[in-house]
Design a protein around this ligand. Structure first.
Ligand code: CU
Length: 126
C-alpha cells in the first residue's frame, strides 16, 4: 500500500528537479552573451554607424553603443528600448525582434544643430 504513493512522490520530485534544472539552463542561455549577436554601433554628430541594423525575427541581439563625440541618445520605440550613450562608456540594449519590417530609431538627446535628423533604421528579416 505504501509503495505506490512513495513511488509517485519520487516521480513528482524528480519532475520538479528536472524542471528546476531546465529553468536554470534557460536562464543562463538568456543571460549569456556568448550565443547572442553583439552589434557595435558608433554614434557621432549626427549619425549612427551603421545607420541600418539588420536583424532576424526571434534572434536576440545586443546593440553596443559608443559615442565619438558628445552625449547621444538611442530610442527605438517599436522595440520599447532606449539608451543614453556617454563618451568613454558603452551602453547596451537587447532586442528580440518578433516581426519583420523596417523600424526607425532616433537620437532623443539634443546633441547639436543636426540632432533632428539623427536617425537610422532597424530592418528585421523573416
Ligand atoms: Cu541628438
Amino acid at each position: 500500500m505504501n509503495a505506490v504513493p512513495s513511488l509517485r512522490r519520487r516521480a513528482f520530485f524528480g519532475a520538479i528537479a528536472a524542471s528546476v534544472v531546465a529553468g536554470l539552463c534557460g536562464t543562463f542561455a538568456v543571460r549569456s552573451f556568448a550565443d547572442e549577436r553583439v552589434i557595435p554601433v558608433r554614434a557621432r554628430k549626427f549619425t549612427y554607424e551603421p545607420n541600418e541594423i539588420v536583424l532576424k525575427v526571434n534572434e536576440p541581439a545586443i546593440l553596443e553603443f559608443t559615442s565619438a563625440d558628445v552625449v547621444m541618445g538611442f530610442n527605438a520605440p517599436d522595440f520599447g528600448v532606449r539608451a543614453t550613450i556617454i563618451p568613454g562608456q558603452t551602453a547596451r540594449v537587447r532586442i528580440v525582434p518578433t516581426k519583420p519590417g523596417t523600424f526607425v530609431f532616433h537620437c532623443d538627446i539634443f546633441c547639436g544643430d543636426g540632432h533632428e535628423d539623427m536617425e537610422g533604421t532597424i530592418r528585421v528579416e523573416a
